[in-house]
Ligand binder design. Structure first.
Ligand SMILES: [Fe+2]
Length: 165
């Protein structure tokens, strides 16, 4: 989110914090059928109580299709486009000795075609997210890899074979 905000000349802090918090209530309120507390309603309400920027709250709402909030802004489209993909790239990094370092869109696409690999990641969301954002899929994957790689140690994505520099 921060990398795309920077590229768009947008508010990096707003985009970054929205990305960071969009699933903050997920573990505690994973029952999305719970119309009161279910993810992401809890975190949205909590942020409203804290007077968080309305675009942050709306952005979080828009990543959850079942809330029926359209994705209109660049931030909303970006959140959806990087959410599942980031998880998938993390899974790819975990099974490589080099971690995220040197991961290519080509090998990511190969893994996307293996239904058993990181099976919880919704492939349609990954594809549709990029399409809604209006970016070339390979470029998008490469961009997000580069963004994660920038923070490789912070994210624990340095594999066992690549030593800290
Ligand atoms: Fe979510």
């Amino acid at each position: 989110m921060r990398a795309y905000a920077r590229r768009n000349g947008a508010d990096e802090e707003l985009w970054g914090v929205t990305g960071l918090l969009h699933d903050a209530d997920y573990e505690r309120f994973s029952d999305m059928d719970d119309g009161v507390n279910g993810h992401p309603r809890s975190i949205m309400r909590h942020l409203e109580e804290l007077d968080a920027p309305p675009e942050m709250v709306r952005g979080i709402a828009s990543h959850a299709d079942f809330l029926g909030v359209s994705r209109d802004s660049d931030m909303e489209k970006t959140l959806f486009a990087v959410d599942e993909l980031s998880g998938f790239l993390t899974a790819c990094a975990y099974v490589r000795p080099e971690g995220i370092v040197g991961l290519t869109p080509k090998s990511v696409k190969k893994k996307l075609k293996q239904p058993s690999f990181a099976a919880a990641v919704n492939r349609d969301d990954v594809r549709n997210g990029a399409e809604e954002l209006g970016v070339d899929f390979d470029e998008h994957v490469a961009f997000v890899i580069a963004a994660l790689e920038e923070r490789v140690d912070e994210l624990g994505l340095r594999g066992s074979a690549s030593t800290a520099s």
